[in-house]
Design a protein around this ligand. Sequence first.
Ligand code: GLU
Length: 315
Amino acid sequence: MASTHRGRFAPSPTGRLHLGNAWAAVLGWLWARAEGGEFLLRIEDLDTARSRPELTDALLADLDWLGLSFDGAPTFQSRRLELYRASFEKLRATGRVYPCHCTRSEIARAVSAPHGPADEGPRYPGTCLGLSANDSADRARSRPPAWRFRPREGPTEFRDRVHGTFVQDVAAEVGDFVVLRNDGVPSYQLAVVVDDAATGITHVLRGDDLLASTPRQIQLCEALGLPVPAYAHVPLLLGPDGKRLAKRAGTPSLGELRDRAVPRERLIGLLAGWAGLADGGPVSVEDLVPGFRLDRLPRQQIPVEPSIVNDVLFR
Ligand code: GLU
């Protein structure tokens, strides 16, 4: 029987891959492989100010070092602008988007994956919703508008495979959110939904900093008539500062591990230990497939102690 699981890893090439990226990549890969499914790679490089081609090359080499196999060639968001545009036109035809002339910096935030609860900034007060078509056309003459989507009111609910039922009233808590920036680049929320559907993704595993984005994405799926995938939002690895692991947290990037010829099984072992899948000793990704279970994952963020991690990796 053909598997009905197709997952993906969707990194943004804005820095070297770190332990937190490896965590999401390995868990997503394991979930797909454990269910006999496929696993795709998508490079989320719409944020042209921060994405760099050499970082994409490094990212591909790092994933290769990690030992993850992907089905098919990677897709690059920067090469799919027409696809997003077509979906935006579909949204426009529903009458649920409107032009917004508010400031550039407010709208600029829309393109990268949001991290943290206040990702869209404060709830948009609907300033431009009340503009007449004439006023809006006038203002569009000096600068093209961004476009916001009007979510339906009331709760949007889904069952997360890690966190259980998650409910958010998007209209009340987030408000009208940007789907197209004024430079024609789609927001993270729109691009993710369009790409997942276009590539047949059925299962989305990613960090739980994106849990609060999911109701927005579900609403976009509904408005565009796209299937809603299954979601698993995994806890983040936290550095000693209590923030998601990053370069300054004192743990190595995958590139450093590669350069120092650290056996990748040590890193996989650490990740497997945090996921409740193994005892933390060296292991290959393949060995973890048969025993993979999502319900062993902790729901709480995972504090990572750099000195212990470095001892294990560089011993
Ligand atoms: N590119 C996003 C990130 O770097 C992930 C998007 C997703 O998995 O939906 O966090």
